[in-house]
Structures are given as C-alpha cells and as structure tokens.
Design a protein around this ligand. Structure first.
Ligand SMILES: O=P(O)(O)OC[C@H]1O[C@H](OP(=O)(O)OP(=O)(O)O)[C@H](O)[C@@H]1O
Ligand SMILES: O=c1cc[nH]c(=O)[nH]1
Ligand SMILES: [Mg+2]
Length: 215
C-alpha cells in the first residue's frame, strides 16, 4: 500500500481511519467467506459513503427542541447512486441506509479479461440533471470501467459525480484524473500497482466473485 503522494490528485480522498484499516484487512484476507465479506463490505462502505457525502448541499432550517428553537441544516437536493454491476452492489446497501431518499440507477459493465476493456450490458438511470451522483465500484484498477461509467452518466446529465471505491490502483487514479478531472474519488486505500493481468496488488482479488461466491 502506498501513502497518498504529491502525485495524488486533490480530489482523491483516502479515508484513513482505524476502522477502515480493520475492515479492509478482513476483505483482503483470502480466507474470509462470502457471507462475512458482504458484511464487511457493508460496514466499510458506510464509512466511505459518509466521506463521499461530506459536501452534499444543505439548506438552513429551524427546529423546535424540547427546550427552544434551534438552527438546523437539512439535506437539500437529489442524490442518485449508481452501482457498477456486479461488485458495486456490495456498496449499495450502505447508501440506501444512510440516504433513504436516494434514487438508484444501475450500470452493468464487464471487463474483458484479456483486453481489460469494459463493455456495457445494461444501463438504467433516473434523470441526473442537478443531482449529486455517487458512482459505486469497489475496485478502481485500470480505471477503464469507472471512466466509461462516468462518461455514460455525464451523457445523461450528471455534473457532480463522486466515485466510491474500496481499493484503488495508482494507474486507475491517473486514468480517471486524466479523463474526468471533475470526478472526485473516495477510497479506502491506494494499493501498489496492477499485475500483468490487470489485478490490483496486493488488492483483495475479484471483488464480485468474493461478494457473490462465484469464481
Ligand atoms: O478499473 P478496471 O480495470 O476497469 O477494473 C475494475 C472493474 O473490474 C471489476 O468488474 P468485473 O469486470 O470483474 O465485473 P464484476 O463486478 O461483474 O465481477 C470491478 O468491479 C470493476 O468494475
Ligand atoms: O483487482 C481487481 C481488479 C479488477 N476487479 C477486481 O475485482 N479486482
Ligand atoms: Mg469481477
């Protein structure tokens, strides 16, 4: 794992917290079975989503406490979450728990294992104009899938997009910053590098397979 360096773009945020490290260790552990992997994924994504929603717009309000009137701030504006299938589903429940009014779209992308190019097999998203969009994909490897998904969302009107991921490779961060400098990234860690078959090292393996018990 590498520390965020001077080369890490300003809009990439690594959530450094003992809880993040602890949960990530469980996800990385090859002996963690799918049921526990899903549980850890939900708990870690709660921490990541809190960071990714730090700058959501709010409006001022007044509430009456049992003692007196007080200033308050309420969430103001629509949020859309778009998990990239399949692995992004592991981050979705944390979002719907934290933001009950969130709208959810889906982007089905699959990376060809030999060319590493993503193809789209499904896309269903609500109107994204004027919303804050959370793009959910735990693994930012070459960055091809996230960059492709960001383009698809922008074609449909998204202007304020944050990618929430669990582990990012420096290669993916660089590609996303080049193709979509306006897209923020919140990640649990920046790992060392990609291996020669496009897997993040040390990483945690294939997130989708580990989440759903496939191989
Ligand atoms: O940054 P990239 O090089 O594009 O790689 C990352 C993508 O690879 C994985 O998806 P995969 O194609 O394995 O699909 P799955 O989630 O259905 O397993 C992962 O969930 C990302 O979407
Ligand atoms: O390491 C990797 C790279 C892409 N997708 C994964 O699930 N894991
Ligand atoms: Mg996969």
């Amino acid at each position: 794992m590498v520390e965020p360096s001077a080369r890490t773009p300003a809009n990439v945020s690594v959530v450094e917290h003992p809880l993040t490290s602890h949960l990530l260790a469980g996800l990385r552990d090859e002996s963690t079975p799918p049921e526990q992997f899903r549980h850890l994924s939900k708990r870690l994504s709660t921490v990541l989503v809190l960071e990714a929603t730090r700058n959501l717009p709010t409006r001022r309000a007044r509430v009456t406490t049992p003692l007196e009137e007080a200033d308050a701030e309420l969430l103001d504006g629509g949020v859309v979450a778009v998990p990239i299938l399949r692995a992004g589903l592991g981050l979705l429940e944390a979002v719907t728990d934290l933001l009950p009014d969130v709208q959810v779209g889906y982007a089905g992308l699959e990376r060809d294992e030999s060319t590493l190019q993503p193809t789209s097999y499904y896309l269903k998203v609500p109107n994204l104009d004027g919303t804050s969009t959370l793009l959910l994909d735990p693994m930012l490897a070459t960055g091809g899938s996230a960059a492709f998904a960001a383009s698809l969302l922008k074609e449909r009107g998204a202007r304020n997009v944050q990618l929430v991921c669990v582990v990012a490779a420096p290669e993916g961060i660089e590609r996303l910053a080049n193709e979509h400098p306006d897209v923020g990234v919140v990640t649990g860690a920046i790992d060392s590098h990609l291996n020669d078959v496009g897997f993040i090292v040390p990483g945690l393996g294939d997130f989708g397979d580990r989440l759903f018990g496939t191989s």
